[in-house]
Design a protein around this ligand. Structure first.
Ligand SMILES: NC(=O)c1ccc[n+]([C@@H]2O[C@H](COP(=O)([O-])OP(=O)(O)OC[C@H]3O[C@@H](n4cnc5c(N)ncnc54)[C@H](OP(=O)(O)O)[C@@H]3O)[C@@H](O)[C@H]2O)c1
Length: 288
């Protein structure tokens, strides 16, 4: 089976491409293709390019990871956010008859009473969340056999992306920089490789509809940063707690959030990894 991944050179795309290539023919596409990487240039805003590339490559399945993921960037430039996060998925639906797996987010919720299940009412409080919710609706309206997988606070380590919280914490502490980390945003941070494993199982078991996947621990971003410092043996004293309000960011953030994964746990017969588990594996990989 031929699987085309959009946004394949981002943090999740890197882990997912590595995971799937053992079993599938993986075609990596990105807005740009980094040097030393093999793939196709595909900006999903470009309807004509989307159509012509899909005609040529003729994949059996698309996994759409391409997105404008900067939450404040989306708030400051909602037009661009809509072009990428909403028009982009429409272009894929228009050009492709097969199944699409699409990544979404806990930011479709308002953060008043998480963690959330798939049946919890959605109510985004920022542009990023609004555009991701719109993308979910477009996809499932086109075909209910597509799959929307909602995740939250995705982290990986072995790449150069700006999107990884883990990279930011480790690199800042290694440089001796004080970092201020919010202690009032609660989620269940999820390792890229944990999501890649779940996507692989969803492909194999032909799962459709909306599902949530998050790893096992619900905690604040500050407590997550402390855990990272502890595991990487870095100076915890450089991590200072701050409230979301004090940060005064352009976009509002859901505070009590996180995702319940019970439905997928039951369907796929899997267990959620703990953060300790994942960080230990990452550290083992770094020292291999
Ligand atoms: N990061 C999180 O905590 C999180 C949480 C929940 C859900 N998600 C979702 O998971 C997916 C993967 O996110 P990630 O964490 O891997 O973030 P990421 O590293 O920012 O990956 C997103 C990728 O999309 C690409 N992209 C942006 N605009 C594009 C366009 N117009 N056409 C094609 N590609 C474009 C980016 O390329 P450039 O770098 O060249 O712009 C980047 O490679 C996204 O759909 C995101 O919404 C992320």
């Amino acid at each position: 089976m031929k699987i085309l991944i959009t946004g394949a050179f981002g943090q999740l795309g890197t882990a997912l491409s590595q995971n799937l290539r053992f079993n599938y023919d993986v075609i990596r596409t990105g807005r740009t293709v980094p040097k030393n990487q093999i793939g196709h240039t595909l900006d999903i805003r470009d309807k004509i390019l989307v159509q012509s590339l899909l005609d040529v490559l003729n994949p059996d399945l698309i996994i759409n990871l391409a997105a404008m993921t900067s939450v404040d960037g989306c708030e400051l430039n909602p037009r661009l956010a809509k072009e990428i996060n909403i028009a982009g998925i429409q272009h894929l639906c228009d050009a492709f008859d097969g199944k699409i797996i699409h990544l979404s987010t806990d930011y479709v919720f308002n953060g008043e009473n998480g963690p959330y299940s798939e049946t919890s009412p959605v109510s985004p409080i920022n542009v990023y969340g609004e555009t991701k919710l719109a993308s979910e609706r477009i996809l499932l309206h086109e075909n209910p056999n597509h799959l929307v997988l909602r995740c939250n606070v995705i982290y990986g380590y072995d790449n150069l992306t700006q999107a990884s919280f883990l990279n930011w914490v480790v690199n800042s502490l290694k440089d001796g920089q004080i970092i201020r980390v919010v202690d009032d945003q609660i989620n269940n941070p999820t390792w890229t490789e944990s999501i890649a494993d779940i996507i692989f199982l969803c492909i194999q078991q032909k799962i459709s509809g909306i599902y949530h996947w998050g790893d096992g621990n619900l905690l604040s971003r500050y407590d997550f940063a402390l855990k990272i410092a502890e595991k990487f043996e870095l100076d915890k004293k450089l991590i200072h707690p701050i409230s979301t309000k004090e940060l005064n960011q352009p976009a509002a953030r859901p505070l009590m959030s996180g995702l319940k994964s019970n439905k997928l746990i039951g369907l796929l017969k899997v267990v959620q990894p703990t953060i300790d588990n994942c960080l230990n594996k990452i550290i083992d990989k770094c020292t291999e």
